[in-house]
Write a protein that binds this ligand. Structure first.
Ligand SMILES: [Zn+2]
Ligand SMILES: [Zn+2]
Length: 158
Protein backbone atom coordinates (compact mmCIF):
# COMPACT_ATOMS: atom_id res chain seq x y z
CA UNK A 1 0.00 0.00 0.00
CA UNK A 2 2.92 2.32 0.61
CA UNK A 3 3.83 1.81 -3.02
CA UNK A 4 0.29 2.71 -4.13
CA UNK A 5 0.59 5.93 -2.14
CA UNK A 6 3.93 6.65 -3.81
CA UNK A 7 2.42 5.98 -7.24
CA UNK A 8 -0.47 8.34 -6.42
CA UNK A 9 1.99 11.19 -6.07
CA UNK A 10 2.48 11.01 -9.85
CA UNK A 11 -1.22 11.61 -10.55
CA UNK A 12 -1.97 14.71 -12.58
CA UNK A 13 -5.48 15.60 -11.35
CA UNK A 14 -5.80 18.56 -8.99
CA UNK A 15 -8.93 17.20 -7.34
CA UNK A 16 -7.70 13.79 -6.30
CA UNK A 17 -4.54 11.75 -6.61
CA UNK A 18 -5.04 8.01 -6.80
CA UNK A 19 -2.47 5.26 -7.14
CA UNK A 20 -2.83 1.52 -7.66
CA UNK A 21 -0.48 -1.44 -7.65
CA UNK A 22 -1.09 -4.92 -9.03
CA UNK A 23 0.47 -7.71 -6.99
CA UNK A 24 0.50 -11.33 -8.12
CA UNK A 25 2.21 -14.12 -6.20
CA UNK A 26 4.06 -11.53 -4.12
CA UNK A 27 5.42 -9.66 -7.14
CA UNK A 28 4.44 -6.25 -8.46
CA UNK A 29 3.04 -6.65 -11.99
CA UNK A 30 2.11 -3.07 -12.70
CA UNK A 31 1.04 0.30 -11.39
CA UNK A 32 -1.43 2.97 -12.39
CA UNK A 33 -2.32 6.50 -11.39
CA UNK A 34 -5.06 8.81 -12.53
CA UNK A 35 -4.30 11.24 -15.29
CA UNK A 36 -5.24 12.44 -18.76
CA UNK A 37 -4.45 10.17 -21.71
CA UNK A 38 -0.78 10.36 -22.71
CA UNK A 39 -0.03 13.36 -24.89
CA UNK A 40 -3.22 15.20 -23.91
CA UNK A 41 -3.02 18.29 -21.69
CA UNK A 42 -3.67 17.24 -18.08
CA UNK A 43 -5.35 18.89 -15.11
CA UNK A 44 -2.10 20.41 -13.90
CA UNK A 45 -1.71 22.21 -17.25
CA UNK A 46 -5.27 23.21 -18.11
CA UNK A 47 -7.17 22.65 -14.84
CA UNK A 48 -9.77 19.99 -14.12
CA UNK A 49 -12.70 19.10 -16.37
CA UNK A 50 -15.35 19.30 -13.69
CA UNK A 51 -18.80 17.85 -14.34
CA UNK A 52 -22.18 18.75 -12.79
CA UNK A 53 -21.45 16.56 -9.76
CA UNK A 54 -18.16 18.33 -9.13
CA UNK A 55 -16.08 15.39 -10.28
CA UNK A 56 -13.21 15.66 -12.71
CA UNK A 57 -13.81 13.71 -15.90
CA UNK A 58 -10.48 14.44 -17.59
CA UNK A 59 -8.44 11.72 -15.97
CA UNK A 60 -8.38 8.03 -16.75
CA UNK A 61 -8.75 6.46 -13.33
CA UNK A 62 -5.80 4.70 -11.73
CA UNK A 63 -7.48 1.30 -11.86
CA UNK A 64 -8.23 1.62 -15.59
CA UNK A 65 -4.65 2.65 -16.31
CA UNK A 66 -3.51 -0.34 -14.29
CA UNK A 67 -5.65 -2.65 -16.44
CA UNK A 68 -4.44 -0.98 -19.63
CA UNK A 69 -0.82 -1.53 -18.65
CA UNK A 70 -1.00 -5.15 -17.56
CA UNK A 71 -1.80 -8.41 -19.31
CA UNK A 72 -4.67 -10.79 -18.51
CA UNK A 73 -2.18 -13.38 -17.23
CA UNK A 74 -0.58 -10.82 -14.92
CA UNK A 75 -3.99 -10.02 -13.45
CA UNK A 76 -5.11 -13.61 -12.95
CA UNK A 77 -5.88 -14.15 -9.24
CA UNK A 78 -3.95 -10.97 -8.43
CA UNK A 79 -4.54 -8.31 -5.78
CA UNK A 80 -5.03 -4.61 -6.51
CA UNK A 81 -3.85 -2.18 -3.85
CA UNK A 82 -5.44 1.19 -4.46
CA UNK A 83 -5.35 4.40 -2.42
CA UNK A 84 -9.09 5.03 -2.86
CA UNK A 85 -12.05 2.67 -2.92
CA UNK A 86 -12.86 2.07 -6.60
CA UNK A 87 -15.75 3.95 -8.16
CA UNK A 88 -18.58 1.99 -9.78
CA UNK A 89 -17.09 2.22 -13.27
CA UNK A 90 -13.67 1.03 -12.14
CA UNK A 91 -15.30 -1.63 -9.98
CA UNK A 92 -17.01 -3.07 -13.04
CA UNK A 93 -13.76 -3.08 -15.01
CA UNK A 94 -11.86 -4.69 -12.15
CA UNK A 95 -14.62 -7.29 -11.78
CA UNK A 96 -13.92 -8.43 -15.32
CA UNK A 97 -10.15 -8.06 -15.17
CA UNK A 98 -9.24 -11.41 -13.60
CA UNK A 99 -8.16 -10.01 -10.21
CA UNK A 100 -9.45 -11.63 -7.02
CA UNK A 101 -8.88 -9.03 -4.34
CA UNK A 102 -9.06 -5.26 -3.93
CA UNK A 103 -7.47 -3.53 -0.95
CA UNK A 104 -8.14 0.19 -0.55
CA UNK A 105 -6.91 2.84 1.85
CA UNK A 106 -9.43 5.70 1.70
CA UNK A 107 -13.19 5.20 1.57
CA UNK A 108 -14.39 7.11 -1.45
CA UNK A 109 -17.50 7.47 -3.52
CA UNK A 110 -21.08 6.37 -3.25
CA UNK A 111 -22.73 3.13 -4.32
CA UNK A 112 -20.75 0.99 -1.88
CA UNK A 113 -23.66 -1.43 -1.53
CA UNK A 114 -23.90 -2.22 -5.22
CA UNK A 115 -20.11 -2.34 -5.55
CA UNK A 116 -19.94 -4.88 -2.71
CA UNK A 117 -22.77 -6.92 -4.18
CA UNK A 118 -21.19 -7.07 -7.62
CA UNK A 119 -17.75 -7.99 -6.30
CA UNK A 120 -19.23 -10.62 -3.99
CA UNK A 121 -21.02 -12.15 -6.98
CA UNK A 122 -17.65 -12.37 -8.71
CA UNK A 123 -16.02 -13.73 -5.51
CA UNK A 124 -13.64 -10.78 -5.42
CA UNK A 125 -12.66 -9.65 -1.94
CA UNK A 126 -12.99 -5.95 -1.12
CA UNK A 127 -10.97 -4.99 1.93
CA UNK A 128 -10.37 -1.75 3.76
CA UNK A 129 -6.63 -1.59 4.44
CA UNK A 130 -5.76 -1.58 8.12
CA UNK A 131 -2.13 -0.57 8.63
CA UNK A 132 -1.88 -2.15 12.09
CA UNK A 133 -2.51 -5.57 10.56
CA UNK A 134 0.24 -5.32 7.99
CA UNK A 135 3.37 -4.03 9.62
CA UNK A 136 4.98 -6.95 7.85
CA UNK A 137 3.90 -6.60 4.23
CA UNK A 138 4.77 -10.18 3.29
CA UNK A 139 1.55 -11.78 4.60
CA UNK A 140 -0.48 -9.04 2.93
CA UNK A 141 1.05 -9.88 -0.41
CA UNK A 142 0.59 -13.62 0.01
CA UNK A 143 -2.31 -14.65 -2.26
CA UNK A 144 -3.20 -17.54 0.03
CA UNK A 145 -3.93 -15.01 2.77
CA UNK A 146 -7.07 -13.95 0.93
CA UNK A 147 -8.83 -17.19 1.83
CA UNK A 148 -9.51 -16.18 5.42
CA UNK A 149 -10.97 -12.83 4.38
CA UNK A 150 -12.68 -13.91 1.21
CA UNK A 151 -16.08 -12.35 1.86
CA UNK A 152 -15.54 -9.23 3.97
CA UNK A 153 -18.09 -7.28 1.98
CA UNK A 154 -21.07 -9.22 3.32
CA UNK A 155 -20.21 -8.85 6.97
CA UNK A 156 -19.61 -5.11 6.67
CA UNK A 157 -22.71 -4.44 4.71
CA UNK A 158 -25.64 -5.31 6.92
ZN1 LIG B 1 -8.71 16.76 -12.76
ZN1 LIG C 1 -12.75 4.95 -10.91
Amino acid sequence: MRMAVAVASRATCRRRKVGSVLVQNGSVRGTGYNGAPAGVPDCLEVDCMTDEQGRCSRAIHAEINLILQTTPSERENATVFVTDRPCWECGKALANSGIRRIVYLRPHGRNLDRLQAMLAAKEIALEHYMPQLSVDLEPVMDPTATERVDQPANSNNS
